[in-house]
Design a protein around this ligand. Structure first.
Ligand SMILES: [Fe+2]
Ligand SMILES: [Fe+2]
Length: 215
């Protein structure tokens, strides 16, 4: 059955924009949660949590996915949409899911500290299911709507604000360090690096710039 957003164009990933930057970051978040799923399967199989790798994955999730990525959404993109449509519903749902995600992350940390295999597997499973659905809703619905709603001037202003988050709030080099951690875990768990895709790599480095600064 066709739904109300089917007439909206998919996010244009060929150039940096307010939504394509975030869609590129989604590929890295999916990479990390795929690793987390494999860690949960490993914990079930072996009866112990791979605590070192799980803690590294959670550091990427808490800093890159939550503070940096969800921060850009909650503090920059969503307010721009809410300013245009007071009471805008889709962003309210996304904000609620971010809160639920933080509860799962806290539960995973607690489970690792307590060596609670069952608690870790339950929280990791809940988190990965939530995030996969959340990312699909953003990429397929909300970001398509945003792409149609934002003028090119608004888009440029949002990109400038993202740049400020990377450099001023996160600190230069943080983004690149966390991508390195995400890739090293991916190599251990046999998950493809999101940055192997040239289009994703271009989006990941468009705002941050740390890769190009090093070159
Ligand atoms: Fe989100
Ligand atoms: Fe997102």
């Amino acid at each position: 059955m066709p739904s109300c957003h089917d007439h909206l164009q998919p996010v244009d990933l060929t150039r940096p924009s307010a939504v394509s930057i975030l869609s590129g970051e989604h590929r890295v978040i999916l990479q990390v949660i795929t690793c987390l799923e494999r860690m949960a399967a490993q914990a079930t199989r072996e009866g112990r949590i791979p605590a070192g790798y799980a803690s590294s994955a959670l550091e990427v999730i808490r800093t890159f996915a939550d503070r940096c990525h969800h921060g850009k959404e909650e503090d920059i993109l969503f307010p721009a949409l809410e300013a245009q449509v007071p009471g805008f519903g889709p962003t309210a749902v996304m904000r609620e899911e971010h809160v639920i995600g933080r509860q799962y992350v806290a539960s995973m940390y607690t489970a690792i500290s307590a060596a609670d295999v069952g608690g870790f597997v339950a929280a990791a499973t809940g988190y990965t299911e939530l995030l996969r659905g959340h990312i699909a809703k953003e990429d397929d619905i909300l970001f398509r709507m945003a792409q149609a709603m934002l003028s090119s001037a608004q888009d440029a202003a949002i990109l400038a604000a993202y740049r400020a988050v990377e450099h001023d709030d996160m600190g230069d080099g943080t983004h690149e360090r966390l991508l390195g951690v995400a890739d090293s875990i991916a190599d251990v768990y046999g998950v493809e690096r999101a940055s192997n895709d040239p289009q994703t790599f271009a989006l990941l480095t468009a705002v941050c710039g740390c890769h190009t600064e090093k070159a």
